[in-house]
Design a protein around this ligand. Structure first.
Ligand SMILES: *Cc1c(COP(=O)(O)O)cnc(C)c1O
Length: 425
């Protein structure tokens, strides 16, 4: 039973059954999805807490509603912790999601029709970096830069050439499917040369910045867009960091320009997660996430996948599935049938439509939270390889699913290895 399904058994058995089934699924499958993590039981408790009903439009001390004393205190706590954790002059913790944060960053800096340079979607950019099916591509004039074919790393010469040609109002650095560290100083230099703002799309990696594993974009970018889920392990939600000079524009871009009343339980849970991420144990967690990703990558390479960029500096692994004679989607489906959840991604320079992506993308935030280490990464790579070879529906798949369930059964999702007492590494 989940925390709530007990009381719902009588009043809403249909919903109780859904929540129970999800709890069962979550404990049975291995989560190697790049953007997911398991929030701690405390974060989940705060998300269900008493501030959730409170309307608190505006900002602490200047709300459009009465009764906001505790809302103000919770938001100030979250903002102060975000500023301290990232060494930022200003933080806005109201964006509902990562995409909401990006929308607000663009709203703070740009006008419709402005030219923007960002990682092309085919090379790892997020939908909010110029997709025609997203506000970004519809309202701004995006040009995409990409990676070099030779080594898969961001081609900074191309970024500079395109910046000189396009004269963008903003350059966006950061991606959803790029496993390497970003050279923020190089992006800053290019932005300065053409008089552009630099926006860091750091949602995937901001938790690794908090843990001291990656260089921070904060000293370089005008606005940093992040999230508190993913590696940071807090509630789903967005986060913006910027200079004191841009604070007013960023705040107005979130509310009232792109959002209504903030989700105060989410903000309280962000305060909790930002406090947890400031503890030394979190740095250990961040390091283990990257170490696990490197071991998982090495294991997948042994299984015959071709690692994009040849490895990883983060919790992410991206790989080309074509050497196995499979598309990314075929690998995803075969693995899901065995209880291994991973995602697909485009392989730069591939010549198939994005729906048939040739690549797979994995992340180690969940399994590291569960306390898995090197031995388990090797076992998981082996299981992925066997799942791909056995396909979607076979007796071997049922056998694999049982093996996966028994592996994950030794690492309960609420174990929370971010805490030292329960840490295995
Ligand atoms: C995860 C991510 C997003 C989207 O975050 P949501 O919370 O899903 O809206 C946007 N950009 C980047 C770079 C991301 O990694």
């Amino acid at each position: 039973m989940t925390e709530v399904s007990g009381t719902l058994q009588q009043s809403d058995p249909a919903l109780a059954a859904i929540l129970d089934a999800e709890l069962d699924r979550r404990q049975r499958e291995v989560h190697l999805l790049a953007g997911e993590n398991f929030a701690s039981p405390e974060v989940r408790a705060v998300l269900a807490g008493p501030l959730g009903d409170k309307y608190a439009e505006g900002y602490p001390g200047r709300r459009h509603h009465s009764g906001c004393a505790q809302a103000d205190a919770a938001e100030r706590l979250a903002v102060d912790r975000a500023k301290a954790l990232f060494g930022a002059e200003h933080a806005n913790v109201q964006p509902y999601t990562g995409t909401s944060a990006v929308l607000a960053a663009y709203a703070a800096l740009l006008r419709p029709g402005d030219a923007v340079l960002a990682m092309s979607l085919a090379h790892g950019g997020h939908l909010s970096q110029g997709s025609g099916s997203n506000f970004s591509g519809r309202w701004f004039d995006f040009t995409g830069y990409g990676v070099r074919e030779s080594d898969g790393l961001i081609d900074l010469d191309q970024v500079r050439d395109l910046a000189r040609a396009v004269r963008p109002k903003a350059i966006v650095a950061g991606a959803i499917s790029y496993p390497r560290a970003i050279d923020w100083a190089a992006f800053r230099a290019i932005a300065d040369e053409v008089g552009a703002y630099l926006v860091a799309a750091a949602a995937q990696t901001i938790g690794l910045v908090a843990g001291g594993v990656l260089d921070s974009p904060v000293p370089y970018a005008d606005v940093v867009c992040g999230v508190t889920h993913k590696v940071l392990g807090g509630p789903r939600g967005g986060l913006l960091l910027c200079s004191a000079e841009l604070a007013g524009r960023v705040d107005r871009a979130v509310f009232p320009f792109t959002q209504g009343g903030p989700e105060m339980n989410q903000i309280a849970a962000k305060a909790l997660a930002l406090g947890e991420a400031a503890k030394p144990e979190f740095a250990g967690y961040a390091r283990r996430s990257v170490a696990n990703a490197r071991l998982l990558a090495a294991g997948l390479a042994e299984q015959g996948l071709r690692l994009l960029t040849g490895g990883t500096d983060t919790h992410l692994v991206t790989a080309d599935a074509r050497p196995l004679g499979r598309t990314g989607h075929e690998v995803e489906r075969a693995c899901e049938a065995a209880g291994l959840l991973l995602g697909t991604c485009a392989v730069p320079f591939e010549d198939v439509p994005p729906v048939q992506s040739s690549g797979v993308r994995l992340g180690t935030a969940c399994v590291t939270t569960q306390g898995m280490g090197g031995a388990e990464m090797a076992a998981l790579a082996d299981l992925v390889g066997r799942a791909v070879r056995s396909g979607e529906a076979s007796a071997a798949t049922a056998e694999l699913a049982a093996e996966v369930a028994s592996l994950v059964g030794r690492f309960p999702v609420d174990r929370d290895a971010r805490r030292p007492a329960e840490s295995s590494a």
